[in-house]
Design a protein around this ligand. Sequence first.
Ligand code: NAD
Length: 321
Amino acid sequence: MRRILVTGALGQIGSELVPTLRERLGAERIIASDLRTVPPQAPMGQGPYEHVDCTQPYQILEAVRRHEIGVIYHLAALLSARAEEQPQVAWSVNMDGLYNVLEAARQYRCQVFFPSSIGAFGPSTPRDRTPQVTIQRPTTMYGVTKVSGELLCDYYAARFDVDTRGLRLPGLISHAAPPGGGTTDYAVEIFRQAVRYEHYTCYLGPQTRLDMMYMPDAVAAIIKLMEADAARLRYRNAYNVTAMSFTPAELADAIRRHIPAFAIEYRVDPVRQAIADSWPRSLDDSAARDDWNWSPRFDIKTMTADMLSRSIEKRWAPKGA
Ligand SMILES: NC(=O)c1ccc[n+]([C@@H]2O[C@H](COP(=O)([O-])OP(=O)(O)OC[C@H]3O[C@@H](n4cnc5c(N)ncnc54)[C@H](O)[C@@H]3O)[C@@H](O)[C@H]2O)c1
């Protein structure tokens, strides 16, 4: 059985995907990789770790060859807000990185997972129940790399028969690792601040509705799609998936049911607000439901309860305590 390589494994998704894969398939089969040269301690758990810079083709090829890799989960990327700060670097990491992964996959016959995003849509896309196939004219460098990445995956599947699979993930909420500079990071930070200070200053306006998902559902979706029957998959670029859609004001209300004193104020960051205003408010994920039986477990109520209990468990306690 060939092994699995995860790039960008130390990020928000990798920190939860790697332990789940290790538990399911055995720690030794999962090669975690990222820019850091020193192997990380927990929460990644025991198991092999490699330094792999995805912009360096020989590093990807070498890791795939040496570890006899058969599946690549390609998570390395710059997220939306960081990509807008450094568009040139974002193009290099997001596009050259994916190209290098797909080339290695072509040569060594690997299956590839590519995470696209709601950022692959733009202001001219229908914003409510955004269809699977629709207008994709994003106005951010992040979105440009995600649409291009989707097309590149489609191309490698059609032209070279590489088994590419992708998801258009919404904003992800999790407690294991801090978010990496995206527009929906507020929906993670708010929990830490609620538990520590009963107060949060939000960089998006109160009525900014965005599509969201709790990390256990995202990890389940990734694994379910990768294990799905190839013959049933109509789309090789990426599938819409969604679990919930809410505004900062609605999330604050949900938190207040557990922490009545919680207060939120708004100091809008024009860059991230503009990005959010160009994204869908909710996605139509019926293609994913039809083709590989996707359905989420968590809604805003159950996610909020779980996030708060885990945040308290992790002792995101008041400063100085
Ligand atoms: N987190 C979300 O809300 C979300 C939503 C939609 C899509 N996605 C996509 O999922 C993927 C993973 O997201 P994440 O939230 O875990 O991101 P993250 O920013 O938390 O982690 C990305 C990781 O990539 C690594 N990295 C950066 N440049 C690299 C390089 N040149 N070579 C190797 N590694 C490099 C970073 O060190 C980091 O550990 C990305 O493609 C992202 O666009 C994330």
